[in-house]
Design a protein around this ligand. Sequence first.
Ligand code: NAD
Ligand code: SER
Length: 311
Amino acid sequence: MAKTIIIGAGGQIGTELTLTLRNTHGKEQIIAADIKTHAPPLIEDGPYVQMDILDRDSVRNYIIDHRVETVYLLAALLSATAEKNPDFAWKLNMDGLFTILDLAKEGYVKKIFWPSSIAVFGPTTPADQTPQHTIMEPSTVYGISKQAGERWCEYYYNKFGVDVRSIRYPGLISYKSPPGGGTTDYAVDIFYKAKASGKFTCFLSKDTALPMMFMDDAIRATIQLMDAPADRLRIRSAYNLGGISFTPEEIAASIRKQLPEFEITYEPDFRQAIADSWPNSINDSYAVSDWDWNLEFDLARMTHEMLKNIP
Ligand code: NAD
Ligand code: SER
């Protein structure tokens, strides 16, 4: 059976994606790869390879030698970290993508998943129910890299028939693996602080609405898109995915329904400007009609799951 590799498997999405794909495809078929020396404990019971996506020759040799046909390329610097190191963020977020797109162009790789983000939108984008096709003038290096990546994915599909699929993920919320340096990370941290101390200081202002999604929904969306018949897919840049839109004040209120003493204060930092440039909510009608997308976790259900599972 053809093999699948997840590059960046040690991160927030990769850990859960690896777990889910191994449950459905069998452990030996799903290779986890990351620059980290060891796999996170949750996925250490299956194949793991230390890999630097920037080492183009090693990545090529590994994928060709092991007959890997499906690649999930998750290694990237996220928005807040990328703003601190723009040169490296551009290099990491773009060079790795070309390595994998070229392997597909040459016929070694048959299918690619590469995630985009709501960060492709910018301050001039309509902020409410942002449509699939709209003004996109991102103002962060992360957003610029994701927008460029989308253009290249579509180009490789149109010119070379590369089967590359992508989602503009909203901010992802999970308890199995920590987030890796994004602007939406507050919406994970808030649950840990609520459980540990009952207090949280938020780096965004109370009325900053952003699109978010519980990880179970995001993993289900990813697999649904990858399993969808190619002839149903109208979008080869990246699909909008809506999720749940809420402000820090609203997520705090949701937590207070279970932990009435919970307190939140606000100290916005440089991440406020990033959040202000992103949409409040997303229209995902293309995902609904092309691959039958439907959301399962609303704010109340997600809050319940997070508080139940965080010790
Ligand atoms: P993460 O930071 O948690 O994980 C990224 C993983 O990539 C880490 O384990 C890291 O060690 C690994 N990595 C870094 N440099 C590498 C290299 N040179 N070679 C191999 N591995 C390397 O990120 P995540 O949240 O899991 O995001 C995964 C992807 O999804 C990224 O492309 C990100 O832009 C995108 N995305 C994430 C979110 C979110 O909210 N988490 C939202 C939108 C898009
Ligand atoms: N959650 C991501 C971030 O904040 C969005 O891509 O960077």
